[in-house]
Design a protein around this ligand. Sequence first.
Ligand SMILES: Nc1ncnc2c1ncn2[C@@H]1O[C@H](COP(=O)(O)OP(=O)(O)OP(=O)(O)O)[C@@H](O)[C@H]1O
Ligand SMILES: [Mg+2]
Length: 1060
Amino acid sequence: MAEPGLAVRRRSRPASARKRSQAPAQLHHAAASPLASKRLSPGFEEAPAEPPVRAAEGECNNDSEEDMFGDYDSFCGNDSLLAQVDDMEQVYLRDKDTDIKAAGEFMLGNPQSGSDQRKQSDFSTSASAAVHKVERDDGFQRNENDLIDNNEEPGDVILDELPSSQFLYLEEMDELSSASKNSAGTKRNDNYMNSCLDKISSPSFCHVAEQRDGNTEVCKGSRCDLSKQESLKDHLKSAMTGNAKAQTLLVSKTKQLKEAVLSKEICVARKTIESSSDDIGPFYGLPSKVKDLLRQFRGIETLYEWQHDCLTLESLQQRKNLIYSLPTSGGKTLVAEILILQELLCRQKDVLMILPYVAIVQEKVWGLSSFGVELGFLVEEYAGSKGRFPPIKRRIKKSLYIATIEKGHALVNSLIETERIDHLGLVVVDELHMLGEGSRGATLEMTLAKILYASKNTQIIGMSATLNNVGDLQKFLQADYYTNNFRPVELKEYIKIQDTIYEVDSKAENGFTFSRLLSFKYSSNLEKADPDHIIALVTEVIPKYSCLIFCPTKKNCENVASMVCKYLNKEFRAHREKEKQDLIKNLKTIGNGSICPVLKYTIPFGIAYHHSGLTNDERKSIEEAYSAGILCLLACTATLAAGVNLPARRVILRAPYVAREFLKKNQYKQMIGRAGRAGIDSAGESILIVQEKDKQLVQDLVNSPLENCYSNLLPEFTKGIQSLLLSLVGLKIAVTLEEIYSFMCCTLLGVQQQLLSKEKSLLDIIKEGVKNLIENGLLKGKISEKDHNSQSILTITQLGKATYKGSIDLAYCNALYRDLKKGLEGLVLESNLHLLYLATPYDMIYNCNPDWMIYLRQFNQLSAAEQKVADIVGVPESFITKKASGQAIRKNVDTGIINRLYLSFVLYTLLKETNVWSVSEKFNMSRGYVQSLLTSAASFASCVLHFCEELEEFWVYKALLTELTKQLTYCVKAELIPLMEVAGVLEARAKQLYNAGYKTLAHLANANPETLVKMIEHLSRRQAKQIVSSAKMLLSEKAEALQEEVDELLRMPTDIPGAC
Ligand SMILES: Nc1ncnc2c1ncn2[C@@H]1O[C@H](COP(=O)(O)OP(=O)(O)OP(=O)(O)O)[C@@H](O)[C@H]1O
Ligand SMILES: [Mg+2]
């Protein structure tokens, strides 16, 4: 079904409070079983689903953005070997007045000639310096021709800080040189030079040359270069000479040297990893440049001890699957990222990283693009309507697919179908406890089970802060387990009852010990307005430190923010006043002149609310302002606790409830886990405000273990087991009952079957599911009631194939087919209204309550042809008129259709006006809801497109839906689309960039971040650099895709008739 996009359910929402949609009537057939009726039972309507919040990776543990993201385009001030190569080269160039032109001439001329020889030797001084030092240490006598004499000190410095791989590298260099020792020292330098040239000319790593030769094996041992050098040397030399002549000489030479060293490091690292020795290279088998980049981009100097322990685990050395669990803010992501880089750079395999929400995926793409640009791999976004199925085959660079759960599933399906699943070396799942959460948990389980079954060589790594029944998960994932209690900043948990603060203490009899009395002086008025003493609690920390207040509802967030401001004194306004004014101005620009009155009132005090009612642009601005310390207090819903990295000195839980549900332990842990900023706070603290009546429940809550994680394949019937059975047959993973059974035994459901289904055996569940699919026309074949080991083959129908390919919820596939079929009879193409109706997601229509006056007004504004759409889909004009005038209506019109048409009016107006604010006013909906409708529609439109691609009769929809998906994805003026394709660039930023003259992707990719900062308001250096990196990544990804296409087109077929 459509990806939740911005309307996602938060991981912390209780299952019973989750929004679910009723299945249309015609599918009740599929739901005839007790399981199905469980899935479709009513009574679970709740507030609209809430949008995701971004994990501001690496941005919150340091107030100084500039510190963290130094001048990363330059290597100055960087003590890595690369930097030292630079420094030494600079010194050398200064001293010797050497230029690369001479080097170029040398290469063109006679390599043995005396003066040219001298120049070349000098040119490679920096590398020679290290080589010679190794020789000296090994007891070799220094040759009087050695060129290090004048540069001894730098050489020593290098050695002191040289990582172990560098020694390997240098030794290898030395081997090369000693092979030609007889021809004097200069020949050694020639070898080095040639070796560098090989690397330089093939963009970065040694595998490039190998792969071009049709060899996809990773390089093994030192023959890696030697075997290729001779064949490539001449070609590369002349290419280099050309380059040297054409380019700015100093710059290109520096870059080339860096690339040569990096490329060599990667070869050595790869070799080291393959040899599985204890020595794991300069930086966990990775080039030391990775370490430098972590310092520059993330401000990370050293790894935590547990991170080191985890990365050096025996399990990982043996490439076993691994689950690791640490408290919130423990630094889990970094370990996963290092493993990802090892896979991409050293093992040369693609990687899939699965994250829970669209915005978090975008944030990650944005955060890792700069690594991709520097290290030569591609970062591809699979979220919302973005992502290609199957992904483009890349023969040179490896890809890191960053995907939501739904897109990750579709990606894995497409890789299995095209028999490319083996290309996926590693799958990383963040927030692994999501396995236990509704339909997305079911989708995640299917994805992992398919990988386990279809690709024995793909490693799976899962991480989470909130796991309990790890044994089940380990069994399911055939994984080892690592855990640690490490938290960089200590977290102190408190609860407040009346005016007393108690510390949560597991050793105390009732779980709490007295801590202190809250000191405050409240007037009687204030006591009435703030009986829970929120103001007293927040003013202990703000404005100097940051504070989050988690509130049970969205409305409550706004009320709390306003209430606090009402009683704060004026001094709070003075804190960073100018920046707060700028933020208000920015929000006004985003809202095309409108700003939410609550925000307008609270922001001058440094306070804002944060929930799904905000637009994406607003949310991003508020998060950025909070991260930068301009805002010091956010009143937020549980959405903010979901994987997002916006920590605070103090976290207050307004009440132990999320909506009307009592808090679960997992939710509680996630919320309080935001307390304590690594590197900034010495301690973090959480305070849960408790009423006397809830005391016992809270006591149970803090003393209880985390909730278990259970398979959702059964409860999520149509999105769960039914969908899995269908795709198993469709992908030919398992086509007989027996095969299906053996697959299902390996799922989490299989592991927990005894617990989850007491009445029915797994085989009975499977049989019932397959029967349903056959009855619904999605599968073909026979299953006998008695035969438990049926060998008869099941096949998928076209409709079945379209359903799983489009990731359509089985509850809606028949309805979708019928609607599309009906559309063929008379699709109104005067505008996109009719198409929008077909792309309006079914799962949003049952939460919608049309305002009939608005319905009628909007209907009357349509052209005659557009009004016909209403009639065609089954909503007569007379019905709308009567409803609007309050008349009784005898005729029964399907509510689903009425609501769907209403929502398509909203989308239609949105596409026309491209302004969420005006549309939300017109339809009296919250702007956050309007935006989440748009995101869901974009996602569903792309699902419908994939559905149509499998059904010949719907060929006509393909072109139409491709365009519509694009319009829905961006919903901005066409000129902004190229800029918004860049991860993290939302509409407001795109407008600013466009107006400043950055009109294309190429403009952004080639922009100077410093100039961007000067030209664009409210843009930090860090953001500017990330925009440029993301744009560079996207540009290179697009260029490579075109290149792959060209290569494919020109490739000679192997089966030309008549050719021998
Ligand atoms: N070795 C380190 N040194 C300094 N900071 C680090 C280190 N490792 C991670 N961090 C920082 O710590 C912060 C929290 O890390 P991370 O987001 O990985 O936590 P997490 O374990 O995934 O928590 P959660 O369960 O809340 O998602 C990040 O800002 C990250 O950059
Ligand atoms: Mg995390």
